[in-house]
Design a protein around this ligand. Structure first.
Ligand code: ATP
Ligand code: MG
Ligand code: MG
Length: 366
């Protein structure tokens, strides 16, 4: 059988490796630490930094195709890998998602709407933001942000003037007064086949994804529009593999793309129990060039993340509940804000309560 190389050793790699094993593939991981969630379920590992040429070369020599669970590989690293083995998705797609400026420009370049934004390369441009964007606005580091890290919310000119020692370069975005956040997982095969999972709603707590509602409680038109945008991005960016597209549904009902992630995504974890073929298997099928079935949902689902030590205390009782599927990542230490696992609660297709019911249910569903 052939070997799939996965760059990164976290939980997304772990679940990708489990899907690969299901299809009979070997998995080889590249990770800086010798033990990690993905390594525990994989055949072998190269221990080395993502920017270490020797490690990348050894890793590539042991794989037939290379994919990612972590997208922040340097441009040089990506070029090196692409010289050695098929890299899916291609380095160019990763480069776009690594840099919020290039990401916004690339999305606008294909006619996809994003929140009004402005590049902020030094404190020099800062005060003009009142005029250019208006308040409230959000400053974000252009690279390496996740779970809301590297973000600064600015409500007025006074707060803007008070900001010092910011980690430039930054991007300023208008804070969107959204009705809800949505996402779509889109997968595209080597032959150009595109499949979209259903649009879902995501709710965050402290900047971290908390719950996903599948399907999103939106009209079929909105859900279809989200899938159409995701399909356009996958096609125009020549994606091979899976990609998460995050949206804001603004006050008018319009969809704006927040960001994209060219890998399996936390907001796609519901598919593990509500779809015959989940996001991880779809990704593995895409990067290995095998058939992509329809991304059909057979059940409704609510996904809850298990974050930090508090949520881990709930695991014993969650394991005793009917209709609940618990997924744990095997992380040794449950630090605050750390994603330890997730839980999918499954409902019959079409049964998920409407929006009113959900807003009453969601805070303490677990
Ligand atoms: P992750 O990669 O973990 O999803 P991130 O650190 O890359 O997170 P974003 O997705 O850009 O950050 O932002 C995190 C959350 O902050 C969003 O899901 C949304 O709730 C809020 N947010 C970000 N940008 C905006 C915006 N322009 N307007 C309103 N809310 C925003
Ligand atoms: Mg992000
Ligand atoms: Mg995000």
């Amino acid at each position: 059988g052939s070997t799939i190389g996965i760059i990164g050793g976290g939980q997304l790699g772990r679940m990708s490796a489990m899907a690969a094993a299901k299809l009979g593939y070997r998995v080889h991981i590249l990770n800086p630490a010798p033990s990690s969630p993905a390594i525990e379920v994989s055949a072998s590992v190269t221990v080395g930094s993502f920017d270490d040429e020797a490690a990348l070369e050894e890793f590539a020599s042991l794989c037939d195709v290379i994919t990612f669970e972590f997208e922040n590989i340097s441009a040089q690293g990506l070029e090196l890998l692409e010289r050695l083995k098929p890299v899916r998705p291609a380095g160019q797609v990763l480069k776009i998602s690594q840099d919020r400026i290039l990401e916004k420009q690339s999305l606008e370049g294909i006619g996809v709407s994003v929140a009004p934004w402005k590049q902020v390369s030094s404190s020099h441009n800062l005060l003009a933001l009142e005029e250019d964007i208006g308040f409230p606005l959000i400053l974000k580091t252009t690279r390496f942000g996740y779970d809301g890290k590297g973000q600064f919310r600015v409500n007025n000119a006074e707060e803007l003037r008070a900001l010092t020692d910011l980690p430039y370069p930054l991007i300023a975005e208008k804070k969107i007064d959204f009705q809800r956040e949505l996402s779509v997982m889109v997968v595209r095969g080597v032959d150009g086949t595109v499949r979209c999972f259903d649009a879902v709603e995501n709710r965050h707590r402290d900047g971290i994804l908390d719950i996903t509602l599948a399907p999103a409680p939106v009209t079929p038109e909105i859900a279809q529009r989200a899938q159409d945008i995701a399909t356009k991005i996958a096609t125009r960016f020549d994606l091979v593999g899976i990609l998460g597209v995050e949206f804001f549904q603004d006050a008018k009902g319009d969809l704006l793309v927040n960001e994209i992630a060219p890998r399996p995504h936390n907001s796609g974890h519901w598919t593990m129990d509500a779809c015959l073929i989940d996001q991880f298997e779809m990704h593995i099928r895409a990067v290995t060039g095998i058939f992509l079935p329809t991304a059909r949902r057979h059940s409704d689902a609510i996904m809850h993340n298990l974050i930090g030590p508090k949520d881990m205390e709930k695991v014993p009782s969650l394991l005793k509940k009917e209709g609940v599927s618990v997924h744990l990542y095997g992380k040794k230490e449950a630090r605050p804000r750390r994603k330890m696992g997730h839980v999918n609660t499954i409902y019959p297709y079409g049964a998920l309560p409407g929006e009113l019911g959900l807003s009453q249910l969601s805070p303490d569903l677990l």
